[in-house]
Design a protein. Structure first.
Length: 330
């Protein structure tokens, strides 16, 4: 067959020496630096030709000649859809599994993603925590990951599941809603809940601050948008940093007025900051309740202005989370 001006296409011949075989679809292939071939998919048998002759649950490794690498057998309990080899040789695995590593159908809980060492053993440092919060969970949460040997299990359906070596406890930081994280075990329908007791002596724990939504929050309560006011008038609201570990995370609030005509902005001053807002405390926790700001303006020439509030974020030493309201001064 001739393409274009004299270009000749050659048939791509099949390498007849390479015939590992599998009994299900292959969805992921990755090459290691030593030439070995990582294979993932929906198969349960791999290697030996035909539809595979050796059990490999959803993941396996072939030698460069196509023979099965007998030393590599991490195992999973669901299909593997993605495999990537890191520069350090460790292997990232993604798919439909909830158990991974240890052979067979996997021996360690890993929800949809995990990391293996180059020899196929589970990388113990790569635990991945997934949480898809409902809209009511907007805010900040302190999640404490504690390694424990026991677990309180409440069955929603029949079945028994071995307690995983690590679980999460989420303490919602507002005192009123001191809740605890619940994780569903997809393979059994059980709901696993950590005991409210403190972590056992000698247990390791890692506390992680998780912010759902933007960390900087600021609100202008008054004046309202497009309002017409006479002087003096009061500007008031609240501002906080949900990622703060000490207080509200805001150390000052500056206020500017930008004339709608495009004239130079006018600095109205530094707002008083730090009074308690009970409503903010109920929403975000008492540690963040002292977030109120207020400023009285009495010297603006009559005009229409965009009033801009600039909270100053202590953690980064920057102004962040600015809010704006348009108003007219008589």
């Amino acid at each position: 067959m001739v393409f274009g001006s004299g270009a000749i296409a050659r048939a791509q011949l099949l390498d007849t020496s390479f015939n590992p075989g599998a009994n299900g679809p292959v969805s992921a292939i990755a090459m290691q630096a030593d030439g070995k071939i990582l294979v993932g998919g929906a198969f349960t048998m791999l290697g030996g030709g035909g539809t595979g002759t050796i059990q490999r649950k959803y993941i396996g490794r072939l030698n460069p000649d196509g023979s099965l690498d007998a030393a590599f057998n991490p195992g999973a309990n669901g299909g593997v859809r993605a495999i990537t080899v890191q520069q350090d040789g460790k292997i990232l695995v993604g798919g439909y599994f909830t158990m991974l590593g240890g052979g067979g159908t996997g021996a360690t809980s890993r929800s949809r993603i995990g990391r293996l060492d180059a020899d196929g053993s589970l990388d113990a440092t790569a635990g991945v925590f997934y949480w898809q919060p409902a809209p009511g969970f907007l805010g900040s949460f302190d999640l404490e990951f504690v390694r424990r040997d026991t677990l309180v299990v409440s069955p929603e359906s029949a079945g028994v599941v071995a307690a995983p070596p690590a679980l999460a406890r989420a303490d919602v930081g507002d005192g009123d809603r001191s809740g605890r994280f619940s994780a569903r075990q997809p393979t059994t329908g059980l709901v696993e809940k950590p005991s409210p007791a403190p972590a056992p002596a000698g247990a390791s724990a890692v506390r992680v601050r998780v912010v759902v939504g933007p960390a900087m929050r600021a609100v202008i309560d008054t004046p309202s948008a497009d309002s017409v006011v006479e002087q003096p008038f009061t500007l008031a609201g609240w501002a906080l940093d949900l990622a703060a570990t000490n207080g509200t995370g805001v150390d000052t609030v500056h206020v500017w007025a930008y004339p709608a005509t495009g004239a130079d902005p006018i600095f109205l001053g530094v707002a008083a900051y730090g009074d308690k807002r009970a409503d903010v405390g109920r929403m975000f926790g008492e540690a963040l309740a002292d977030a109120a700001y207020g400023l009285t303006a009495d010297s603006l020439p009559p005009d229409t202005y965009d009033i801009v509030v600039y909270p100053h974020r202590a953690k980064t030493n920057t102004f962040d989370g600015a809010q704006i309201v348009r108003m007219t001064v008589r």
